[in-house]
Design a protein around this ligand. Structure first.
Ligand SMILES: Cc1cc2nc3c(=O)[nH]c(=O)nc-3n(C[C@H](O)[C@H](O)[C@H](O)COP(=O)(O)OP(=O)(O)OC[C@H]3O[C@@H](n4cnc5c(N)ncnc54)[C@H](O)[C@@H]3O)c2cc1C
Length: 474
């Protein structure tokens, strides 16, 4: 089969991948290229909403964008890319059902994002949960609610205290947001549980550095610390987790905090499956070495036909504001890089020159629970209610597609009138339990027993009740 159109393969339909495909659909002429997006998930996740999903302020399904609904001219493949052989322009596709196969391409776009980065601390892999996916956010919310139910059924004591203790590890943006949102959620829940008191709920955030939220000024970060302390949430600075075996969180200070909900947000790393499973160049921090025009390679050497963007890519930050000279992993960059990447691919296909990526950080805005937030742009800082409004305004607008924006904003307005939704669907993790409990099963087959030989008349008498039973059953 001969291919007249260029085959563009996008690895990962998250922020950068979704925007690349969306903009390619707008820019490409009909028949100019075939675009395929490969992602094991059928949706792009708006990760900045995860803390609000965990706190019940946003419905989980509203904070994801279904790929098939919004990418009308892109082929969507539910699979993982598990290998990239760029020397032969072939990717290994491992579908969610069926056998792995090889897919040829002309241009590859690597936008497979990042995963939670952990350290080999005993107990963390078994007892903690990350916050990178919608499933994790939902599970965190349901666990908090289930723990409140369990604690309310127990007398005061160590088990009840453990159930009402939340530990978040990592004081970056995501960590502080989910910590503050969960504190706010738990405070509102206490009013619905007459068996429990506010003082019984314990919130601890563990941060290895001497400050939180490096994206905002020291002054703003100190305000956030004070505000959290006022709300009964404790931040342990200059402290590390040394163990979490059986949920007992041991700190480098010697303190031990037994907890039933441990959220790990202490950093991310470029997607190892895609980075290590391929032959594209990788830099010291494990990201794909990418040029400012988003082609893979260096200033001196271009890897023809390969592009990368978002958290998986080390893109030079030409604004001078990046860490180590590279763009930091955030949505601000991922979305803009995705848009430019689409423009640059089309330019290259048409024999034109791609342009360099340049974006000056707009600042940072964090939601810190209902009616509370922090905003920082340069020297300008806003705290409290106005910052919370800015947070909702910014993210409400930034959510891709009007269809999704409307669902999120309608949910927020509904919550103003009705309050946030505290329905707990943790049982969905065992959806067949209720059905199985009462389901009728066939009786196990009885081993065949040969009846003893009986006299003729007695046998006829013994048959009689059996016959009448069969007749009654008709
Ligand atoms: C809790 C939280 C809050 C945040 N808040 C903010 C914020 O307020 N502002 C901000 O700017 N940024 C924020 N971020 C960061 C931002 O969300 C990320 O930087 C952004 O999502 C990165 O986009 P991406 O496209 O590189 O990766 P992602 O959006 O993570 O997408 C990667 C995609 O690749 C797919 N994938 C993974 N492995 C494979 C594979 N093997 N094959 C194919 N596909 C694969 C995944 O399923 C996913 O869909 C936040 C992040 C988190 C976790």
């Amino acid at each position: 089969m001969t291919h007249t159109a260029h085959r563009i393969l996008i690895v990962g339909g998250g922020y950068a991948g979704f925007y690349t495909a969306w903009k390619l659909e707008k820019r490409l002429r009909r028949g100019e290229a075939e675009v395929t997006i490969v992602d094991p998930l059928a949706y792009m996740t708006y990760q900045p909403f995860l803390p609000e999903v965990a706190a019940g302020s946003i419905e989980a399904r509203h904070s994801v964008v279904p790929l098939r609904r919004h990418l009308k001219r892109t082929r969507i493949v539910a699979a993982k890319v598990t290998g990239i052989d760029h020397a032969h322009k072939t990717a290994t596709i491992t579908p969610i059902a069926g056998e792995p196969y090889q897919q040829e391409y002309d241009q590859i776009v690597v936008t497979a994002g990042a995963v939670s980065r952990t350290f080999p601390i005993p107990g963390i892999a078994d007892n903690a949960i990350g916050l990178k996916t919608i499933e994790e956010a939902v599970a965190i919310r349901d666990r908090l609610l289930t723990n409140f139910d369990k604690a309310a059924a127990l007398p005061p004591g160590p088990e009840r205290e453990r159930l009402l203790t939340v530990v978040v590890v990592g004081g970056g943006f995501a960590g502080i947001e989910v910590f503050a949102e969960l504190r706010s959620f738990a405070s509102s829940l206490v009013a619905k549980y007459p068996e429990l008191t506010f003082d019984e709920t314990h919130f601890h955030l563990i941060e290895a550095m001497g400050r939180i939220m490096p994206e905002v000024s020291l002054k703003t970060s100190e305000w956030v610390l004070k505000d959290l302390a006022k709300r009964g949430a404790f931040v342990h600075l200059d402290t590390q987790v040394t163990s979490a075996v059986d949920g007992d969180v041991e700190l480098s200070t010697g303190e031990v905090i037994p907890a039933d909900l441990i959220v790990w947000t202490a950093g991310v790393m470029a997607n190892p499956t895609v980075v290590r499973g391929g032959d594209l160049p990788v830099e010291e921090r494990g990201r794909i070495r990418t040029r400012a025009d988003l082609r893979v390679g260096t200033d001196d050497e271009i890897v023809e036909g390969a592009w990368a963007a978002g958290d998986v890519a080390a893109v030079p930050d030409l604004s001078g504001g990046g860490v180590g000279g590279y763009c930091v992993p955030n949505a601000q960059h991922a979305v803009r890089q995705g848009k430019l990447l689409a423009k640059n691919i089309v330019a290259v296909l048409r024999g034109e020159n791609p342009v360099d990526y340049l974006h000056k950080n707009l600042g940072a805005v964090a939601g810190l629970g209902l009616y509370n937030g922090a905003f920082q742009s340069g020297n300008i800082a806003i705290k409290g209610f106005l910052a919370w409004l800015a947070h909702r305004g910014y993210h409400g607008l930034a959510m891709p597609t009007w269809e999704r924006k409307l669902r999120v904003v309608a949910g927020w307005l509904g919550n103003v009138v009705l309050g946030r939704d505290m329905a707990n669907l943790e049982a969905v993790q065992h959806p067949r339990a209720a059905f199985e409990e009462f389901a009728a099963r066939p009786r196990p087959a009885q081993p065949a027993v040969t009846p003893p030989q009986a006299p003729r008349d007695a046998g006829a008498a013994a048959d009689a009740p059996e016959k009448s039973r069969v007749a009654a059953g008709r």
